[in-house]
Design a protein around this ligand. Structure first.
Ligand code: GYE
Length: 381
């Protein structure tokens, strides 16, 4: 895995600090309505204390406030809501920033519009989490012509000229998928499951880097494992509601022939689990006894709770806490430094089966953390 030299320490410190604190976060009874299509997707909630915590280790701006135009995808998942809280807390006016925040409600056209507005307003920096990878060349050229540096985070842009953005920082989504699949492989060996394994893939938003990488890893694993079969893949758009809907359709088509549900985020996994249970299916690790194994990504607090109780067999982490590290990147650019162009962040993987403490992919080894209540209590999102 590649991690830029300049920011390695900063990322290590800020993510480590942010990911380990004690618990003060509680899930309220109320639900936050999804702003698009009226779908209720999330129970995530931030309070003042949590926002402070998400802004830890921020690089404060000295002198005149810097104006930042930040284009966020939406609020489709707990991950996304935590990500918004993190960037809003870090780029606060107290920290010397004037943040213009735009929520695109999961539509690329809204992001393109927001970026053009940022250019018209002549912001100092544009920060973009791109909904999908393609379609950014023109607007990024407009930003370059206007002399506004663009920082991309989380998902990637696929552009002809990589010089159109200054830095990208995010996850290695393909590696996340490989880790999930490798875990499944080890897990099936451990349980001596010899039968064919029928898998359905509930994908994220099609064309988003997180979907592309996670789906591709599964596809490859299915090709490599002769007794794995991919029955179907269908997008749940990263939301809980759609995760449940597509699970219902998959059950109608394949019923109890399904052995594994590979969910490309926690919210879709939670929607799918609820649907499976309500239709009388059993979720869990005993595939030979008819249980359906659910795999998930993100490792949000709710996702981890369902991992600890056995609903999810393995949860591969994806960190949303980008606020502090983005302030470091902005300050580096402001100071004329040249951060690495592409920066991957390190992530973890959690399971309750303690027998698999390590998995190996190529020449690399990755720890699988044995999930405990203490780890969950330390989650702030
Ligand atoms: O997995 C999902 C969110 O891009 C990594 O987007 C992000 C993904 C994350 O909606 O929960």
């Amino acid at each position: 895995m590649k991690t830029g030299g300049f920011l390695r320490a900063i990322i290590g410190i800020s993510l480590a600090v942010l990911l380990t604190g004690c618990s003060f976060y509680d899930i309220p009874d109320g639900q936050i309505p999804d702003p698009y299509e009226g779908v209720v997707t999330s129970r995530f909630h931030t309070d003042e204390e949590m926002r402070d915590r998400m802004a830890k280790d921020v690089s404060k701006n000295q002198g005149e406030p810097l104006t930042i135009g930040l284009s966020q995808i939406g609020s489709e998942s707990d991950w996304r809501i935590a990500s918004t809280a993190s960037v809003q807390a870090a780029f606060s006016s107290e920290n010397g920033y004037n943040l213009i925040f735009d929520d695109a409600q999961q539509k690329q056209e809204n992001q393109l519009k927001a970026l053009r507005e940022f250019i018209d307003q002549n912001v100092d920096y544009i920060i973009l989490d791109p909904c999908v990878e393609t379609g950014w060349d023109s607007v990024l050229k407009e930003a370059r012509d206007a002399g506004i540096p663009v920082i991309v985070y989380d998902r990637r842009v696929a552009v002809e000229d990589e010089g159109l953005y200054s830095v990208w920082i995010g996850s290695d989504f393909n590696l996340e998928g490989e880790r999930a699949c490798k875990y499944l492989d080890e897990f099936l060996k451990l349980k001596h499951v010899k039968s064919n394994i029928n898998i359905v893939d509930i994908q994220g938003t099609i064309g988003a880097t997180a979907q592309i990488g996670r789906s591709a890893a599964l596809e490859k694993a299915v090709m490599l494992n002769k007794n794995w079969f991919l029955l179907e893949r269908v997008s749940g758009d990263f939301t809980e509601a759609k995760g449940g809907e597509v699970m219902e359709d998959l059950l109608e088509s394949f019923g109890d022939t399904i052995n594994v549900v590979y969910c490309e985020n926690d919210n879709m996994a939670l929607g799918a689990i609820e649907k499976l249970k309500s239709k009388g299916y059993r979720v869990g690790s005993d595939i030979d006894k008819g249980e359906i194994a659910v795999l998930s990504f993100d490792a949000t607090r709710r996702g981890l709770e369902h991992t600890l109780n056995g609903d999810i067999v393995v949860n591969t982490e994806c960190s949303p806490l980008y606020g502090p590290v983005l302030t470091h990147i902005v300050q580096a650019l402001k100071n004329g430094e040249e951060p690495e162009h592409d920066i991957y962040i390190d992530e973890e993987q959690f399971a309750t089966e303690s027998a698999i403490g390590m998995i190996h992919i190529g020449n690399d080894s990755y720890e699988v953390k044995n999930l405990t209540q203490e780890i969950i209590d330390g989650r702030i999102y």
